[in-house]
Design a protein around this ligand. Sequence first.
Ligand code: KG4
Ligand code: ZN
Length: 341
Amino acid sequence: MTILAIETSCDETSVAVIRDGVVLSGIVSSQIKLHAEYGGVVPELAAREHLRNLIPVAQSALNAAGISVGQLDAVAATQGPGLPNALLVGFKAAQAVAFTLNKPFIGINHHEAHLYSPWISGTPPVADFSAFQPNVSLIVSGGHTMLVLVESGLKHRVLGGTIDDAAGECFDKTGKLMGLSYPAGPLIDQLAEQGNPAAFDFPRPLLHDASDDFSFSGLKTSVRYFIRDHPALLDDRQKICDLCASVQAAIVEVLVKKTIRAAKRNGVRCVTASGGVTCNRALRHELTRACQREGFTLRLAEKFLCTDNAAMIGILAERKLLANVPLPSLDEEIKPGWVLV
Ligand code: KG4
Ligand code: ZN
């Protein structure tokens, strides 16, 4: 089965071609530079960029895969959650292609797609679900922090989520307080490498709370007050590195400990992680160590699949089509607030 998949939920225009579990091509056009000027994603600009980029990106994906439109068996797109006008661009384009070709169309929940992205690996990337084990999956990005129990191929239950800021948002906002450009997460990752994670003590929000929920806005506020009380710190590069390492250590400790605890509590022996923050080297390292200690299998999404991409949308769409899930009608609408349950 050959599927064209489109993802435009936020600031990445992405198109992939999937055939029988293999990612034949996956093109991502990132808008990071455009939004950096504004310190965050501007929804209207994102939608306009998707409009500008979608056809060239789709053409590149088809060319790279060596597939013509006539060879497609189905079309998939992210239906939600996401920025409404951004979602509309990819979703309506995908429906139009399916309509024209008279092929099945399937709308995908972006977070559900993240759940299965850690099972895609190799060159070319292949989805290997023969290795699948029930797992606890951490989805951690600029907009979301979630723990999900994935019981079997297409069955999951959300255990907890963020009650305020997401972990990526915490990286970006604390970085902004330090004068770092948007998105600050990757810069904090780099600067933290030369810093001391024990230099400054920041709170580990909800670490000992019984729930699987997360909260990062208090950590952001304590960094704000810390910088207000120690303004000279930002003139010293080493101190900035120490600050980055200390903030990162607080975020990573909460993410890792709560993920491992959720896995133990739910009796699974496998942990997976995806989403932009999963690119963070300290998080990858600490999750690896913790899983080794517990004897758990760990599947971290490959870095190019951590950030938003259409390959994961296409892989999940293929699984759903093979499982004969009911197809939505072609006049379905986007679901910007679609909550994974
Ligand atoms: O998944 P993603 O591309 O977009 C969504 O938010 O949906 O994630 C972007 C987020 C940003 O907050 C960015 O700062 C963060 O992921 N991020 C990182 C790293 N790379 C990306 N945070 C920490 N360390 C990184 N290496
Ligand atoms: Zn995402």
